[in-house]
Design a protein around this ligand. Sequence first.
Ligand code: BDR
Ligand code: CA
Length: 312
Amino acid sequence: MSPIPIILDCDPGHDDAMAMILAAYSPEIDLRGIVTVSGNGVIEKVTLNALRICALAKINVPVAQGAGQSLMGSGDAATYIHGESALDGADLPHPTFELSPESGVELIARLVSESDVPITLVATGPLTNIALFLKLYPDLISNVKEIVFMGGSAGRGNRSAYAEFNIWMDPDATDVVLKSGLPMTMCGLDVTHEALVTSEIFDRLHAMETPLSQTIIGLMKFFASTYNDVYEMPDPPLHDPVAIAVLIDREVVRSKHVNVEVELHGTFTRGATVVDIHNMDGRPANVTVALGLDAPKFWDLMLNAVELAGKA
Ligand code: BDR
Ligand code: CA
C-alpha cells in the first residue's frame, strides 16, 4: 500500500513534537506539510517549536504558521503543562530552514489542491485552521480523504470538568469540522490516557543512547512533572501521536462509529464533546471514536520512529 499523504496541524507542545516524529519516520505515512495553531503556547512560540523539532529530528517539509487565536478569540495557552516556551525541558536546536511565507490555511489549501490523491488532515491542536480551510476553500473539500484529530472525550475532560483542551480552545471550530460531512476519526482522552510514558518507556528511550533520545527524555521528564503536579498522574499521557498511529495501523485502537456533537452553550460544559455511544438521541453517526488503545503496539510504533529518527 502506498503511504498515506497527510498534513499535520499542531501546537508543539511535548506530545505534538512526538507526533511530528512519528509522522515523519513511519513508512506508512507521507508527511506533506506542517501547520501550526495557537494552543499549548501563543502562535509564535509553537511555530518556533515546530521549526526546532524539524531541526532536531531532521524533518524536512514545509512549515506554515496558522491561526493565532480561536474563531471567537477565546482560550488560554497550556503553559501549566508545557511550560513558558510551550516545549520546556530540553535545549532545542535553532531552526535550519525558514518558515513558509504562506499562512497555515494557504499551505493546507495548496497541498490539498496539488495532491493527486485525497489528503488526510491530522489535527493535534485546536481545530481552528481546519475550520477556516473548510469555510474558505469549499471546492477543495472533495480532495480531503479524512480528518483525524486528537481531542475531545467520551467522558470527563482535562481543561474543564467535561472539556478536553483542544476542543475547549475552539469549540466553534470543532462544530464546523463535526458538521463537515467528511469522514472523521476522533482520538480523545479515552484512548490517549492509555498512552502513558511509564518508566519502561523511559528505559527503552535510555537504551537508544542517541542525542535525540536524550533530548526526548528531557522533554518527557518535564511533561511528567507537570502532569504529576496538575493531574496527579506520574506517568503522563502522550496524547497526540495516537492520531498518527491510528493511520499507520487501524488496529491500534478499538473504535465505534457514533454521533458526536460539541457543547457550545453549556453553563459549565462549553467545549465538551457529546459522544452518543448507544445512539440514544437518534442522530446520525458522523465520527469514528477511538475508545480503547493497544498500548504495546502504540509504543512499538512510536519508539521505532524515535530510533529511526535518531539515526537519520
Ligand atoms: C491535548 O492538549 C494539549 O496540551 C496536548 O498537546 C494535546 O494535544 C491533550 O488534551
Ligand atoms: Ca497538541
